[in-house]
Design a protein around this ligand. Structure first.
Ligand SMILES: Cc1ncc(COP(=O)(O)O)c(C=O)c1O
Length: 384
């Protein structure tokens, strides 16, 4: 008799898969899944083609192509003043998702506690559970998603191994402030806990808000794993080129898992990302400006049709408050929106351990062409 292992029995298919299927069936404008529907920059595509043509097509070193490791280290120095040894303090992974899994499996023993902010990115919880870790949830509340130090402190115990922070935060669009990172740094040092920071949206921040890298806090470089990915920064989510940065002992824990999961990522794509990271600093400002303009457009649309947008400070996601509408929950609303209005959003209850906490919101992605956002706007007017 064939049966699934216990460790995966409770994992359903992801909400993205479900909603995309529903969107396809109803020809809905899909503002659900967070991938750009426009072409990535030519400089990165040309670099990948060149790498393939130059026969950089065999296995990369398990920790990544040396050129890419050097480019990532240089970027950390340029953007955050963080000095990283490209040979011992960083490893390339199969997307940030690979970094998340390998980090959690490499650092968390069965029975260790892991603090997660919810709503959380959907792979954090399965990764924690597969490692045998015990999740402890800090629930961020709309509209400002702020943190209370005493409440967070109460989640730490002598079993806490790590705390996972995602800033800028998917799905709320929150960017953790300096004061909040001060608080997290203080608690990590007080309780001897490792911080894992998922910074995949580091270059997508709006208005006058700045993204801060926790590893630069006094005392935190020794206990922080910083992750990012080329997927969001260069709009190439299908390439799955990510990385994790930390002290050699931390990186070794990650490498030990990652080498047996996949051994290495795609060599020519790593070469192309190395080239892309050396692009002009203008690129990053333009990227943020383009997404800010999409954010403002979608914010106006949602407000106009009576879906109260909670304007994000970063990422390419926007939450809308639906509590005033007559729907039993976010799933019912998102199904209605897809099947009756022709626009798909994601029900955020999937990102809370208690789905009721996400029942009054819906998540829209604005990493789409203006034409697609305009079509969504046209359809959403039916809600009025
Ligand atoms: C917060 C967050 N972390 C990680 C990832 C995954 O990154 P990658 O595609 O590089 O695996 C995503 C993708 O949506 C994300 O939103």
């Amino acid at each position: 008799m064939i049966s699934m292992a216990h460790r995966v029995r409770d994992f359903g298919t992801t909400i993205f898969f479900e909603m995309t299927e529903l969107a396809n069936r109803h020809q809905a404008v899909n503002l659900g899944q967070g991938f750009p529907d426009f072409p990535g920059p030519d400089f990165i595509k040309t670099a990948a083609v060149d790498a393939i043509q130059h026969d950089l097509n065999q296995y990369a070193p398990g920790t990544g192509q040396p050129r890419l490791r050097r480019a990532i280290a240089q970027k950390m120095e340029d953007f955050y003043g963080l000095s990283v040894d490209p040979d011992s303090e960083l490893t390339v992974t199969t997307g940030a998702t690979g970094a998340i899994f390998a980090t959690i499996l490499g650092l968390v023993d069965p029975g260790d506690e892991v603090i997660l902010f919810e709503p959380y990115y959907d792979s954090y919880l399965p990764a924690t559970l597969i490692a045998g870790g015990i999740p402890r949830f800090y629930t961020l509340h709309a509209p400002d998603w702020s943190i209370d130090e005493a409440e967070l402190n109460a989640l730490f115990s002598d079993k806490t191994k790590l705390i996972l922070i995602n800033t800028p935060h998917n799905p709320t669009g929150k960017v953790f402030s300096r004061a909040e990172l001060d608080c997290i740094a203080r608690l990590c040092q007080q309780h001897d806990v490792i911080a894992v920071t998922d910074e995949v949206y580091e270059h997508i921040v709006f208005d006058d808000v700045e993204h801060w890298c926790l590893a630069t806090w006094p005392g935190m470089a020794d206990r922080t794993v910083t992750m990012s990915s080329a997927g969001k920064t260069f709009g190439m989510t299908g390439w799955k080129v990510g990385w994790a940065i930390g002290r050699p002992e931390l990186v070794q824990s990650i490498v030990r898992v990652h080498q047996f999961m996949v051994y290495c990522g795609a060599t020519p794509l790593q070469e192309a990302v190395a080239t892309a990271l050396q692009t002009s600093p203008d690129y990053y400002a333009k990227l943020a400006a383009m997404y800010q303009s999409n954010r403002d457009f979608l914010g106006d649309v949602l407000a106009d049709v009576g879906l109260n947008p909670l304007m994000p400070k970063g990422t390419y996601f926007m939450m809308a408050d639906i509590s005033h509408l007559d729907f039993p929950d976010d799933v019912a609303f998102c199904r209605y929106l897809t099947t009756e209005i022709g626009v798909t959003a994601i029900p955020p209850s999937a990102f809370y351990h208690n789905p009721a906490d996400g029942a009054n919101i819906a998540r829209f992605a604005f990493c789409k062409t203006r034409a697609v956002l305009e079509e969504a706007a046209r359809r959403l007017t039916k809600l009025k």
